[in-house]
Design a protein. Structure first.
Length: 126
């Protein structure tokens, strides 16, 4: 027959849930004081880097790692001059039927596609 837990084990087991509850309550209490990622400027700055990485890696696999062209046409500012950013965002989202350009809708939302289009028209830093 197993022995009942010792008093030190029982008290330690009781303090773990109490400590977890205290930490949880502290996080809830500090929530309004902690910085928020949802602030528009912080969110825009935070989103730029992952989108730039996506362009370099995913778009670069067809358009060339320097975006000078490859399987797909170049995506440098000079090549995109005169093309509206909104039209570029639509191509990003819906692809071009009958070509290797796939649709990214479902993986990117409208805002992300517009940010990518603006980024391409402006040019990525080397």
């Amino acid at each position: 027959m197993p022995l009942p837990p010792s008093p030190s084990r029982r008290s330690r087991a009781a303090t773990v849930p109490a400590a977890a509850s205290a930490v949880f309550l502290a996080i809830l209490a500090l929530g309004p004081v902690l910085p928020r990622a949802a602030e528009p400027r912080a969110a825009a700055v935070g989103m730029a880097r992952p989108l730039e990485d996506l362009v370099r890696q995913d778009c670069g696999s067809c358009h060339g790692l320097t975006l000078k062209g490859g399987l797909g046409p170049p995506l440098l500012p000079a090549a995109l001059d005169g093309k509206p950013a909104e039209a570029l965002a639509e191509v990003i989202l819906d692809g071009i039927p009958g070509t290797p350009m796939p649709p990214w809708r479902g993986l990117l939302d409208d805002g992300e596609a517009r940010r990518i289009a603006a980024m391409l028209k402006k040019g990525l830093a080397p």
